[in-house]
Design a protein around this ligand. Sequence first.
Ligand SMILES: NC(=O)c1ccc[n+]([C@@H]2O[C@H](COP(=O)([O-])OP(=O)(O)OC[C@H]3O[C@@H](n4cnc5c(N)ncnc54)[C@H](O)[C@@H]3O)[C@@H](O)[C@H]2O)c1
Ligand SMILES: [Zn+2]
Ligand SMILES: [Zn+2]
Length: 390
Amino acid sequence: MKALLWEGVNELAVRDVPDPRIVNEQDAIIKVTRTVTCGSDLHLIGGYVPFMQRGDVLGHEFVGEVVEVGPGVRRHSVGDRVVVCSFISCGRCWYCAQGLTSLCDNGNTNPAITEALWGSAPGGVFGYSHAMGGFAGSHAQYIRVPYADHGAFPVPEGVSDERALFASDSAATGWMGADMGGVKAGDVVAVWGAGAVGQMAARAAMLLGAERVIVIDRYDYRLRMTERHVGAETLNYEQTDVATELRERTGGRGPDVCIEAVGMEAHSAGPQYLYDQVKHQLRLETDRPIAVREAIYNCRKGGTVFVLGVFAAVVDKFPLGALMNKGLTLRAAQQHGHRYIPMLLDRMARGELVTEYLATHTMPLDQGPDGYRLFKEKLDGCVRAVFLPN
Ligand SMILES: NC(=O)c1ccc[n+]([C@@H]2O[C@H](COP(=O)([O-])OP(=O)(O)OC[C@H]3O[C@@H](n4cnc5c(N)ncnc54)[C@H](O)[C@@H]3O)[C@@H](O)[C@H]2O)c1
Ligand SMILES: [Zn+2]
Ligand SMILES: [Zn+2]
C-alpha cells in the first residue's frame, strides 16, 4: 500500500510499504478514506520530538471503512464507516475508567522513553514517534487500529466524512480545553492560536455558554475564518497590544479562562522570540512557551489556563510567580477524545458543530508532501490539508 513517510527532518515521501495486518484479537483494519494534517505533525516533522525513525508513517486523524476485524471485536463489522480517536487506549485500565483516556496505562507499547522523560507514560498515538508507541499512522491506504471497540466510533448517517474527520482530534481537543478549563455561562474566554485546534476550542467555549470568546493569532486569513465560522471575536497580536485589548474587553479584569492552542513552536513579535528560537534550535530548551507565558500574564486573578498546545520537555522563563501570586489554576492534557467523540458526532449531526470548512485543501495522498508545505508555511490560506489515500 501507499503511505506518507517521515524520511528525516523536514523530509517527507510517499512510498510503498507492507499492508498492516491483525496482530491482536481486538484489532481492526481500516481503509482510510480521509486523513488530515495537524499542528502536532509539524513538531514531529521538524525534529522537535527526537524519537522519529526514518520510514515512520505519519498521521493520526482519520475516517475510514472497516475492512477486517480481529476475533475479539464486538462493536464493529466489515463495511462500517468509523472515525477513530487519535489516541490509543484500552478502555479498561484505571485511567480509562476515569475518562482520562490519553493517560491509558496500556496504549503505549513502548513506555520506557516517556517514563524516563516524564516519570510515567501516557497512552499511545497513531503516527506520533516511538516515544508514543511507534504505531504506524493514518496517512496510508490502510491502518491497524488496536482496541477497535474502544477507539473507533460509528459515524451517524447524516454526518459526512468531511465533517466527522475532525472528531478524531481537533474538535475533541478543543472541546476538552473548554470543558476541563471549566468554561461556564457568562465567562470571557481567550484562545491563543487560530489553527483548527484553537478554532474548535473557541467554538466549544461558545457552545458551553461563554459570553465572549476572543481568539488571538497573527494570520488574518485564520482570524477572518474564525469570525465567520466560529462567531468569535479576534485579535491580531502583530497589530494590537493583546494585554491592553484583553483588559479593555473584560472590564479591566482579564479573561476567566485562557486556552493555549499554539504549542512548542510558538512565534512572537517581541525580542524574547529570538532568545527562545535560538535556544530551541540549538536544543538548549526543548520548547518555546511564548503563548503559555502570555496566557498566564493575561488571565484574570483566580482564573484558569488550559494548555492544549503540545510541549515535549522543559521551558525557560516560566512565570511561576504570576501563576502562584494570581492564584491561577494551570491545567493541560493530550486529548481524552473517547469521552467526547459520541457527543461531538451528535452535535455534528444536529448541525451545531460544523468542521468541514477547516479543510482548506483536499488532495490525493501522493501530493501529501506539498500539502504539508502549504500547512507548515501557512500558504494559500491553508488551515488543514486533507489527503485521500484511496
Ligand atoms: N492536546 C492535544 O491533544 C492536542 C491535539 C491536537 C493538537 N495539539 C496541539 O495544538 C497546537 C495547535 O495545533 P493546530 O493544529 O491548531 O496548529 P496550527 O499550526 O495550524 O496553528 C497554530 C497557530 O498558532 C499561531 N501562533 C503561533 N504563535 C502564536 C502566539 N504567540 N500567539 C498566538 N498565536 C500564535 C500560529 O500563527 C498558528 O495559526 C499544536 O501544538 C498541536 O501539537 C494538541
Ligand atoms: Zn492532532
Ligand atoms: Zn486504558
